[in-house]
Each structure stands twice: as C-alpha cells, then as structure tokens.
Design a protein around this ligand. Sequence first.
Ligand SMILES: [Ca+2]
Ligand SMILES: [Ca+2]
Ligand SMILES: [Ca+2]
Ligand SMILES: [Ca+2]
Length: 313
Amino acid sequence: MRLFLAVSSLLAFSLGCALGEGEEKDAAPRADADADTDTDADSDADSDADSDADSDADSDADADADTDADTDRDDDGDGLTNAEEAELGTDADEADSDGDGEEDGAELEAGTNPTWEWSHVYAEGDYLVGDCPTPPDARSAGPTGTGSYDTSTWDAYQEGDIFDNFEATDRFGQEVTPYTFCGNYTLVTMAAEWCGPCQDLAGSMAAETEDVRAEYPNFTFYEFLYQDNYGAEPDEDVLRSWNRAFDLQGIPVVAPADNTAAWINYLNASGGIPATLLLAPDMTVIWSGVDHPREYYLYDSSSIMDAIADYER
Ligand SMILES: [Ca+2]
Ligand SMILES: [Ca+2]
Ligand SMILES: [Ca+2]
Ligand SMILES: [Ca+2]
C-alpha cells in the first residue's frame, strides 16, 4: 500500500508538470476551466475534456459525466447491479453469464459459481455442487501416467494430472460431469454392478462421507458405474437400484454413454476394480493407484482424510 501511494503521488506530480507546461487545448475554455466538475480526476481543462474516456455516452466535459447512475442500474435484470457484476467478473449485459440456465443473482444466492457453467443447482439429487474458486485449465487436462497389468500398459491419471470433464448421466437423466464438483475434494470411484468389492465400497460410502465431512465439509464421492451385470452401460433403472441398495442419498452415481471409450481405463491403474482417484478442489489428481500400486484404492474415511491431509501439508 505504501508503495502504491508513492507511485500515485509520482504520477500526480508528473501530470501536474505536464499541465503546467501549457498543453491545455480546450477550444473554448470556460470560467471553471481548471476545476474538476465531474470529479474524474482530470481537470476540465485537460486536452481530453471533450472525449469520453469512460464511454458512458456523456463527454467528460459534461458536469454530470461521472454520476453513478449507470453503476447502480441492473441492466440485465439478474438482481445484481452493474457495479456488483464488475466486482464479481460477471457480464452486466447478460443475465446468465456462464449459460448454465441459472441467472447470475440466483447463482450467487445458491452459492454456485456464476462464471463456471458446471456449477449450478440440480433439480434432482441433492448434490454438494462446488463453487469452484480455482477453475482447472481444461486444455491441460489428461493422463500422463501409465496403468499396467501383466504385460499390458495404458494411459492413466497419476498425481499432479488435471482430471477431464467426462460426460456422464445420473439416475434422473441429468448430465452430472466431474467439473460440477470443482471446489470440493472429490473421490472418483470406478465400479461395476457385478463387482463384489465395488458393492462393499458403495455400502460404506454414506457413512464415510459423513466421517470425512466432519473434518473436510467440502468432500464428495463421485461414482462412475461403468458396467451393469451384463457388461453394458447402466441405464437409469440400474443407477436407481444401485443408489437405493446402498442408500447413496446425495452421492452422485453416474454412467458413461459409452463404456468402451478409452478414457474409462484412465481411471484405473491396475486393471482391477474398484479403482479410485482423489481430486483436489482445483480438479488436480492428488491420489492415484499409479502412485500407490500396492494400495489399489482408497477404501475408508481414514485413508481418504490422510490423503487430504498429506496434500494440504
Ligand atoms: Ca445485472
Ligand atoms: Ca449479469
Ligand atoms: Ca449461470
Ligand atoms: Ca454457474
């Protein structure tokens, strides 16, 4: 602050010098030529007095050029004034800045991010949507590690990678993609309906969520159920019965549109399921089986909390 003030004084001083050298060019100077009637920090006598420095359609020479009428207005009718929108970084001429169907004012009230299209309230599911203060750079997302089993290898996420925003739908038919949870610690799990250990993990999720949230309130599971009992993509009925069987109220369980897509394997370091990946609030992978080959997956609340604590340390 001290440095800033010093620099401002210097600027004011050099501006004063320039004006003193007779560079004012107002064609018709008025009696108050050197006053600053519009308090825009340029005296009326400045050479730019008749230009419109702030593009508010009033030339700077007008006495009322900088009244705050425009900043107090809510031009797009979204419940936020133009000044509030300038501070938030939302678009003052667009009610729904990020195009996710929720107006900026409503998002602010709901605690979702008005400039992050994946952060919005869902009609169904009661999910812990993230507010995403630090959005990931999606262009840099992707796996840089290697999964392996026997002599096979494939691309897989390792720690430090940015997770991709894969398309997936929940039991209500809503598209609920991973970036919905940017702002949270998210444990991504890969499971199949036929897999016994996956059922065990799902059976403890509700209690583990409660345990972890006591320490880290912004924690959520995010379960990719990638196969039903016949190896196909789970439909809404399968997702509903999985949800009901393990009492996963508020926990997103989603299915991919195509479970043969290459990215399915990115989630899986060892070729076995369940597989898990822990994501930081900025969607960076902070625990992967690639980096913990003997642990396979994070299976309980204490190992999840240890991994979060390691990351925060
Ligand atoms: Ca507005
Ligand atoms: Ca707006
Ligand atoms: Ca919006
Ligand atoms: Ca949003």
